[in-house]
Design a protein around this ligand. Structure first.
Ligand code: GDP
Ligand code: GDP
Length: 465
């Protein structure tokens, strides 16, 4: 039985935002077939190396109570009853409100272990709100930003401390470290002046192959792993509960996420199969590089775009593989069309890498793997603070930030706080009014200057004083 966590608090404090961060964002968007995720209230979640379940409070429908407040209260109570641990959330920006006290009393009465979480603490001016949360008498608040992923290591440690042996941890210390870097934008443990380290080609590269049903994932995986695997099938080493299959490509160790595609399908199963959202998300999170397979003859289906978007949101290094290229009659025309669609329909990441392959004939698979490694390098890229600020000076001179309500905004300083994917903090005056267009200008220019194409980039604005 997995360790169960409930996120509790009055409306609008950011519960769903944290829920989405832990469980995986926009699951509902990826598959809106009724019954796939909607009716389930317990969702597998992950915070760095910790694996647990989160109870979806909103899913605890109860018709018994007549008023909305009554229903909400009942839902909250039921969630607490089911939980092993309660995350009680307040909003550091609004400060403590009367409703916070009502919910806090409820939580206290239930006597379950509680972690007090003060949300929306990104930027300045949140300290007072965090301090105020002490007045609830639920112990020391942990300052987080559910939206920006700040404070996740602290939250992780608090949960681990309470759960002890009862919580599942990813076995691999290396994975834990990777996730630690991946999930936080604080990056205090990273020396911002460190020069770009050499890329380590001896380290295993984790790859997931995802896509909607019938695009050719299993054919591709079988082609990569070789006939032998295919013939031996799921019984021989490729089991459901194994996380990955170890493999090497040109001497490079590869860990390939174990997904449905690796299991040989019977014909009946094939018909029944639909997109398994949980499995897709699990694979995406496992991986560093995610190869999303599109059927070249019917690419950019709604599900294709949703999966690609999920990979980008999760901050993974994406590669699009247009499969069944052997069926394409006018390759040149098709290529131009697909290129245009990639740019237009997936504008979130500039320079998204794509390759054309035929899983059936094996054509293009080497190129695909080369691309996966290239994208992985970019995903790991670190730009030193010195270079970054020399560039920033030029970029802001060339195109100065605009004035807002009569005062010119100032962009002062920038540092890369994380990699995998690259994440940057920009110190500026009045971040709250900095226009999106200007931030986009900086990011585009940054990509060009340092050749950071094809991977998501994260940016946080901080007030400089
Ligand atoms: P819930 O009603 O408690 O589930 O709250 P939601 O998750 O729906 O969030 C309420 C609002 O707060 C939304 O507009 C979120 O975008 C916003 N929000 C959530 N987390 C943060 C955060 O860390 N910082 C800021 N500034 N806003 C947040
Ligand atoms: P999955 O559901 O994504 O795992 O897709 P499958 O690997 O089961 O493939 C679905 C169908 O597409 C099967 O009939 C495959 O034989 C076919 N297929 C897969 N790759 C190719 C390819 O490169 N070319 C052609 N012509 N057919 C392919």
């Amino acid at each position: 039985m997995a360790f169960k966590v409930a996120i509790v608090g009055r409306p609008n404090v950011g519960k769903s935002t944290l829920f989405n961060r832990l469980v995986g964002r926009r699951i509902a968007l990826v598959d809106d077939t009724p019954g796939v995720t909607r009716d389930r209230r317990i969702h597998p979640a992950r915070l760095q190396d910790l694996r647990f379940d989160v109870i979806d409070t909103a899913g605890l429908e109860s018709a018994a109570a007549p008023t909305l407040e009554g229903r909400m209260r009942q839902q909250t109570e039921r969630a607490i009853d089911e939980a092993d641990l309660v995350l009680f959330m307040v909003d550091a920006r609004t400060g403590i409100m009367p409703d916070d006290h009502t919910f806090a009393d409820l939580v206290r009465r239930k006597g379950k272990p509680v972690i007090l979480v003060s949300n929306k603490t990104e930027g300045r001016g949140a300290e007072a709100g965090v301090m105020e949360a002490y007045s609830l008498g639920l112990g020391e608040p942990i300052a987080i930003s559910a939206e920006h992923g700040i404070g996740m290591p602290e939250l992780r440690d608090a949960i681990a401390e309470i759960a002890g042996e009862r919580i599942e941890q990813a076995q691999d210390e290396e994975e834990r470290r990777a996730l630690h870097v991946n999930d936080t934008l604080q990056g205090d443990d990273i020396d911002p002046d460190a020069e770009e380290p050499a890329y380590d080609s001896a380290k295993p590269l984790s790859i997931a192959i995802v896509g909607r049903p019938n695009v050719g994932k299993s054919t591709l995986i079988n082609a990569l792993l070789g006939e032998e695997r295919m013939l031996t099938g799921p019984e021989a080493g490729i089991t459901r509960d194994s996380i990955s299959v170890d493999w090497t490509w040109r001497g490079r160790p590869i860990k390939l996420a174990d997904t449905a595609g690796m299991r040989r399908k019977s014909r009946v199963q094939e018909k029944l199969e639909k997109l398994s959202v949980g499995e897709t998300l699990r694979a995406i999170r496992f991986a560093e590089v995610v190869i999303v397979v599109f059927d070249a003859t019917q690419a950019f289906d709604k599900q294709d775009l949703q999966i690609a978007d999920l990979i980008i949101r999760e901050g993974r290094a994406p590669v699009i593989a247009f499969n069944k290229w052997d069926l394409v009659e006018n390759p040149q025309e098709m290529l131009a069309e697909l290129r245009e669609k990639v740019e237009r329909l997936l504008p979130q990441v500039k320079g998204l890498k794509f390759v054309t392959i035929s899983a059936e004939t094996g054509r293009g698979l080497d190129r695909m793997m080369e691309t996966a490694v290239e994208v992985h390098k970019v995903w790991n890229r670190r730009v030193s603070t010195g270079k970054l600020n020399r560039w920033l000076e030029r970029a802001t001179q060339m195109h100065p930030p605009p004035a807002v309500s009569g005062r010119r905004l100032k962009v002062k300083y920038m540092t890369q706080v994380k990699t995998r994917p690259p994440g940057f903090v920009i110190s500026c005056s009045r971040p709250e009014v900095m226009p999106q267009t200007y931030i986009r200008y900086l990011i585009n220019n940054l990509r060009e200057a340092f050749d950071i194409y094809g991977v998501p980039i994260r940016v946080i604005l901080r007030t400089s004083e």
